[in-house]
Design a protein around this ligand. Sequence first.
Ligand SMILES: [Zn+2]
Length: 125
Amino acid sequence: MSSLTNCPECNHEILSRLGTVCPECGHTIGYFNGDRKRKVYGKFFALTVFAPFISLITILFASQNKYTMIVGTLIYLFLAVKSCPLLFKEIFFTSFEKVFFWLIWIIANSIMFSLIFNITQKGFE
Ligand SMILES: [Zn+2]
């Protein structure tokens, strides 16, 4: 649900919902406007994009042997938890956004999980 916030331009009280236009100065609330929630949103967005990418590279390098694979899997699990939408549920504006990020997270992690499973099943020298 939307809460009230102060306009970063003129301090007039407005809805914190994305796209709200301040009636005093015309400032539009966007994703990356100064306030804390927007910063968290930016961080979460970056995590959603980079966590699966970093995990993939890590796992590909780690697949050399059993020991690097254990480390790689731990890094992957850490990133998966860090980028989980559950930790960021207060920043979503709409339920569409929530579903969208959950889908990305679930798909990315399913791919990672099957990749790790395949590498592990193949066994190491
Ligand atoms: Zn304003």
